[in-house]
Design a protein around this ligand. Structure first.
Ligand SMILES: NCc1[nH]cc(CCC(=O)O)c1CC(=O)O
Ligand SMILES: [Mg+2]
Length: 343
């Protein structure tokens, strides 16, 4: 058999495609730029940071190479960096000392807890950067759950009343957005009512609407120090990874209860959920690019198995393509540097 190419052996591609040639638009860089459908911008980014006690203190997070925990004074520096880079929002997560944890998560309601102090100091120094705080009890409970635990069950309604107070304490400390990540039923409405009646009607709510019981939170639990504390799993309140229609019902409730934005978490394995929620509700939709999604790229890049920076940018634009308006990502400062360099 003769495998060499002869012109008379060429397939008639013009006939096959009806003369349409998809590659014509891809030939040059300027043309690829011209037809590009989605773009990641600085305005899309939310940068999460971990806060610890102490002064001028920073700690690496072994399972999240490139991520550090900062004492409050250094968190202020991070906020200054966010302002310089043009990152609109900083998300704060506390690493609470085990001694301050109890089965009720009482430290969550202490108005001078780590998060509240960080909010006050950052707001005073860098008022231009939006501050998002997480509403959930897991950084404060000795059992590592997001709500109150009684006889082996996470009890919904009493947890909601504590979460609403936690949100108010954070609003009083100056946060701009509260983000309930606990997945209790009715907490968005309860938080909205509590904030409104206390004069914090301007504080926004990003609801962790479709938050799945995921393996991709592992490194985060390490970072906030709740991983080894967690008894059992979170399957009775976080969603089953096999479900999609259920996310629509969750969104319907959160929006009716007053959510200003909705969030899908994790991001990468749930791009289909982002697209469905965006198409169905047209709400500002946030993708949470979780710790696990971050660390798997960092680990592969450290091994030389993939180009970490390209994989990062590709992952981030995939959220835009799926319909997300913004992305909460540990890659935020690095992505911002790259985006600025290409301005
Ligand atoms: N309320 C807990 C919370 N808030 C954000 C994350 C995960 C974030 C990440 O993996 O980056 C979690 C972990 C969990 O639900 O156990
Ligand atoms: Mg819900």
């Amino acid at each position: 058999m003769n495998l060499s190419f002869h012109s008379d052996a060429l397939p008639d591609v013009d006939r096959i495609t009806g003369r349409r040639r998809m590659r014509r638009n891809r030939r040059t860089d300027w043309s690829r730029r011209l037809i590009r459908e989605n773009r990641l911008t600085l305005d899309d980014l939310i940068w999460p940071i971990f806060v610890i006690e102490g002064e001028n203190k920073r700690e690496t997070v072994p399972s999240m190479p490139g991520v550090e925990r900062f004492s409050v004074d250094l968190a202020v520096k991070a906020a200054e960096r966010a302002r310089e880079l043009g990152i609109p929002v900083l998300a704060l997560f506390p690493n609470t000392h085990p001694e301050k944890r109890d089965d009720q998560g009482s430290e969550a309601l202490n108005d001078s807890n780590l998060i509240c102090r960080a909010c006050r100091e950052i707001k005073a120094a860098v008022p231009e950067v939006g501050l998002l705080t997480d509403v959930a009890l897991d950084p404060y409970t000795s059992h590592g759950h997001d709500g109150l635990l009684r006889e082996g069950e996470i009890i919904n309604d009493e947890s909601v009343s504590v979460l609403a107070r936690q949100a108010l304490v954070q609003a009083q400390a100056g946060c701009d957005i509260v983000a309930p990540s606990d997945m209790m039923d009715g907490r968005v409405g309860a938080i909205r009512e509590t904030l409104d009646s206390a004069g914090y009607g301007h504080v926004q709510i990003v609801a962790y609407t479709a938050k799945y019981a995921s393996a991709f939170y592992g490194p985060f639990r390490d970072a906030v120090g709740s991983g080894t504390m967690l008894s059992g799993d979170k399957k009775t309140y976080q969603m089953d990874p096999a479900n999609s229609d259920e996310a629509l019902r969750e969104a319907e409730l959160d929006i009716a209860e007053g959510a200003d934005m909705i969030m899908v978490k994790p991001g990468l394995p749930y791009l289909d959920i982002i697209r469905r929620l965006k198409d169905t509700f047209g709400m500002p939709t946030v993708a949470y690019n979780t710790s696990g999604e971050y660390s798997m790229i960092q680990a592969a890049a450290a091994n030389g198995w993939l180009d970490g920076e390209r994989a990062m940018m590709e992952q981030l634009v995939s959220f835009k393509r799926a319909g997300a308006d913004s992305i909460l990502t540990y890659f935020a400062p690095r992505a911002a540097e790259i985006l600025r360099a290409s301005l």
